[in-house]
Design a protein around this ligand. Structure first.
Ligand SMILES: [Zn+2]
Length: 63
């Protein structure tokens, strides 16, 4: 049987993509971010707790 050698071992990593969404509150103007945020337009600001509608200027997939 072939002996397992560290030198011949192929190290295989993995990558994945995350969509990180940046929000700016329309009330207090502070920022927060959510990785892979669910598609929706209405969010509560974690800073001032104001519910608001967000307009996505970068892509059209929220419409
Ligand atoms: Zn706010």
């Amino acid at each position: 049987m072939k002996k397992f050698s560290k030198k011949n071992k192929k190290i295989v990593g993995s990558i994945s993509l995350e969509r990180f969404v940046h929000f700016q509150c329309g009330s207090c103007r502070r920022w927060w971010g959510i990785g892979d945020a669910p598609i929706r337009k209405e969010w509560y600001c974690p800073w001032c707790a104001v519910k608001q509608t967000f307009v996505d200027k970068m892509s059209k997939d929220l419409s």
